[in-house]
Design a protein around this ligand. Structure first.
Ligand SMILES: [Zn+2]
Length: 492
């Protein structure tokens, strides 16, 4: 169904649940390292393996990060709250319950303003609560890496117990046609806030930040909420946008045919851009939550909360205004930069020495093109802001020209090393040495006698043809300005 027809008949309602994996040194309830990866099951202990009699202890740094996230999202911070057991069985959750928070989250009733195409949407935050991550299953022998068709499964509990903060929005209404963009902008700007807080690596491609996307449609103007689906673990900004758009169209087709939406989780398929059915999920699903008896309540003093409030980064709206002023960007430049999810990248590239215009040119030009082609977010490209600043420095000192700079970027993205290493390995440096250039210029003159005569007659505009011949001879690596000078000198 065409997107415009969806909007003519329905109002979308969004809801986003984002899990943020904290970058604490140790896990949420034990002293094991909170680093994912390494030898499977090496980073475990009786507590995070859920062995009988093991006793959990709350990680103070994780509570601090949770409070700072809550404050940055304009939430109230609970004076007293408890952890709760969420009971369900899952092979990668060895205790058979997840220690989470239920009716007493650490942070609640907040909001975040999201900029989309120069318009501001206020997203209300229902809650931000603390919980722990699960382990990771590895399904071996199947074609897809999924459990279906696998010969056997292995489980790695290194991730079990890593601190998570789950941030849940209230239903986001009124976004209309911009619902997919609002969802993407929310996750992207939330990530920027998390990075500014320094509480997580916040890499979506590594699973440090994971978004579940809820969507429902209601008849246009009805003011009701329709039945929602929850698309799980959408792992890039662009996928968040695509998943919302896909679900809007899927719901609309079913509802227009008189069908009804099944309340369920959905799996997102990055390659095909569709969602498929997961498991049925009712609101009344009973996890038998009860207060965790092995942990004392968390009761952060108001003094501590105020102290943490003093450690917050600049608020995002003020920050955007300040950066726009400092960089001299027009409203449109700024809007495009934010829309591309490049604000932080541009900022870091400038900090690494590039001018604002150069930083913006690379991230919104060549790199945006590459991220579209490869279907990855800008932040997930294999190039750092420092690399981009270095590429621009190589252009500025005339080691490479713009065209060669694009090849340098291609090399960095292909994992060939730093910009300087790519220049050396691929032999990309511009030649401005008169010896090498002179020979190529002489060759071009002797092969194009008519053009040479025109230049001798004072028609300097004709030099372009000879410069082109020299560039071709030298595979684009000649210093064009110096070539022009040499041609004019030789034909004076
Ligand atoms: Zn442990």
């Amino acid at each position: 169904m065409p997107y415009d027809d969806v909007l003519a008949a329905f109002d979308p309602a969004l809801g986003l649940e984002v899990h943020v994996e904290l970058n604490t040194a140790s896990k949420m309830f034990c002293g094991c390292p909170a680093t994912f990866g390494g030898e499977p099951n090496a980073g475990t202990c009786p507590t995070c393996l859920g062995l009988p009699g093991a006793m959990p202890v709350v990680n103070g740094k994780a509570v601090e990060s949770a409070i700072r996230i809550g404050l940055a999202l304009n939430c109230d911070i609970a004076e007293w709250c408890r952890f709760a057991r969420k009971n369900y069985f899952y092979p990668d959750m060895p205790k058979n319950f997840q220690t989470s928070q239920y009716d007493e989250p650490i942070a609640f009733d907040g909001w975040m303003d999201v900029d989309v195409d120069g318009e501001t949407f206020r997203v209300e935050i229902e809650r931000a609560h603390m919980e722990e991550d699960t382990g990771k299953s590895l399904h071996v022998g199947g074609a897809t890496g999924r459990i279906h068709g696998a010969d056997y499964s292995l489980v790695d509990y290194n991730r079990a117990g890593i601190p998570l903060i789950e941030i849940v929005t209230r239903p986001i209404l009124g976004a209309g046609e911009k619902a997919p963009e609002v969802a993407k902008a929310y996750v992207s700007q939330l990530r920027e806030l998390i990075v500014a807080l320094g509480v997580s690596e916040a890499r979506m491609d590594q699973g440090n930040l994971r978004a579940d996307v809820n969507l429902s449609l209601s008849p246009k103007g009805s003011g009701t909420l329709g039945t929602r689906t929850e698309t799980k673990n959408v792992n890039s900004f662009r996928s968040v946008e695509r998943a919302v758009r896909y679900e809007m169209q899927r719901h609309a087709v079913i509802l227009s045919d008189g069908g009804s939406i099944l309340q369920e989780t959905r799996h997102w398929h990055e390659d095909t851009g569709i969602t498929t059915s997961g498991r049925e999920k009712s609101d009344a699903e009973d996890y038998r939550y009860f207060p965790e008896p092995d942990l004392v309540p968390v009761a952060p003093s108001r003094e501590w909360v105020d102290e943490l409030r003093g450690t917050l980064p600049e608020n995002p709206t003020a920050r955007r205004a300040r950066l726009q002023e400092e960089w001299g960007f027009s409203d449109l430049d700024m809007r495009d930069t934010i829309g591309a999810g490049a604000l932080g990248l541009v900022e870091e590239t400038i900090a690494a020495g590039a001018t604002p215009q150069a930083a913006r040119k690379w991230w919104l030009g060549e790199l945006a093109r590459r991220s579209n082609e490869d279907g990855v977010d800008l932040v997930d490209l294999a190039i750092t802001p420092a690399d981009v600043a270095r590429v621009q420095a190589l252009v500025d000192d005339k080691t490479v020209n713009d065209k060669l700079a694009r090849q340098v970027i291609e090399g960095v993205l292909a994992g060939e090393g730093t910009p300087d290493e790519v220049v050396a390995r691929r032999g990309l440096a511009v030649v401005s040495d008169d010896g090498a250039l002179g020979a190529a210029v002489d060759k071009a003159i002797s092969e194009n006698p008519d053009v040479a005569d025109k230049i001798r007659d004072g028609k300097h505009a004709a030099a372009g043809a000879l410069i082109g011949a020299v560039m071709k001879e030298m595979r684009g690596q000649a210093d064009a300005a110096r070539v022009r000078e040499l041609i004019l000198e030789k034909l004076a």
